[in-house]
Write a protein that binds this ligand. Structure first.
Ligand code: SF4
Length: 348
């Protein structure tokens, strides 16, 4: 499978106009580019605002850095006690095995850390130190493999890491965040799926999907291989301007996920990653989309809309809120239904 990695390749295959090649080269020097041919094939060349192209084809707007944007927008570094570990919440850690991905998303919140120009991943010695850290903290109940994309690693390497985690008694859950079922579905082989299952622990896979068109027949088959193996699937979606910020697209995406046995988990507000302002929406747009989902599509299709607070302060759900206090009577609350109609309800 071919992956386009340069402005020249993107030009040759018609994904970048020739007159923009030089500018896109500048972007590619700054931020990693990889677009697998199968994903590129989903792009509608007649649509200048194609939602797949917006996510994966570099744009000159990425060179527009805003003062509020941050190199480390969710504050990983502030909570990294040893290389490869982020320990932000008491009962769970991130374990970042690799900085490489099959596709580089133009909005990536770790865009300053991922890509071939950066460190390739944890050395064996660093991995041992990271595992020792997990071992020494009995409060760590869940380990989240992230990156980069952990599923870019070979089944052999993944199996070894999973075995190491299996040997730590207090770790009960291993959650894997990945874009592979969408980016390179055929790489989610039966062997790789087997490598993710470990005795005595629960493995969850959180699949990153932002537009219903990403759930091709091959992507659905990859998700089915995971689900058929008994691995519960969750989704994470990033709210992106011109990609999924319309109610019909968001509703279709959430339904498609549930049809693939993926429970919608998080809808992330766009992080303040450098050069991504053209892809961010405002919070009110996200709240309106969430209101659009509530009551109109099944309860199974409802993600939690969250924002990562810059500085490493963690995720907060950002609404919308359906309960307020009745202004003139402290004993009453006001609850809004999915049609926007307000109802009184006793506070206790
Ligand atoms: S797959 Fe994840 S880590 Fe990799 S570029 Fe996309 S958002 Fe970033």
């Amino acid at each position: 499978m071919t992956t386009f990695r340069t402005a020249t390749q993107l030009c040759e295959h018609g994904y970048v106009a020739p007159e923009r090649r030089q500018a896109i080269e500048k972007v590619a020097t700054r931020y990693a580019v990889a677009l697998p041919e199968s994903l590129a094939g989903l792009i509608d060349g007649n649509d200048p605002d194609d939602p797949i192209a917006r996510q994966f084809v570099p744009d000159v707007a990425e060179l527009d850095h805003r003062p509020e944007e941050l190199v480390d927008p969710i504050g990983d570094d502030a909570h990294s006690p040893v290389e490869g570990i982020v320990h932000r919440y008491p009962d769970r850690v991130l374990l970042k095995l690799t900085h490489i991905c099959a596709v580089y998303c133009r909005f990536c919140f770790r865009r300053e850390m991922v890509g071939p120009g950066r460190a390739a991943g944890l050395s064996p010695r660093a991995l041992t130190a990271a595992l020792d850290y997990i071992h020494s903290r009995p409060e760590i109940w869940e380990v989240i493999l992230t990156g980069g994309d952990p599923l870019i690693l070979s089944p052999r390497r993944l199996r070894a890491v999973m075995k190491d985690l299996a040997a730590i008694d207090h770790v009960k859950i291993v959650r894997i965040h990945t874009r592979m079922p969408v980016a390179e579905p055929n790489q989610v082989t039966a062997d790789l799926v087997r490598a993710l299952k470990i005795k005595g622990k629960a493995t969850y896979v959180a699949v990153h999907v932002n537009h219903p068109r990403e759930l091709t027949a091959d992507a659905r088959a990859a998700c089915a291989r995971l689900a058929d193996a008994g691995i519960p699937l969750l989704s994470q979606t990033v709210l992106l301007a011109g990609v999924n910020d319309a109610p019909d697209v968001m509703g279709e995406l959430m339904r498609a996920l549930v049809e693939c046995r993926i429970k919608p988990y998080y809808l992330h507000h766009g992080d303040l990653a450098p050069g991504t302002s053209h892809l961010r929406t405002d919070i009110a747009t996200g709240q309106e989309l969430m209101r659009g989902l509530r009551g109109r599509v099944s309860g199974l299709c409802q993600p939690t809309y969250v924002l990562d607070i810059p500085g490493g302060h963690g995720k907060s759900p950002i609404g919308p809120n359906y309960v307020t206090r009745w202004e003139s009577d402290e004993t009453l609350a006001v609850v809004e239904d999915f049609n926007g109609v307000r109802h009184r309800y006793p506070v206790r």
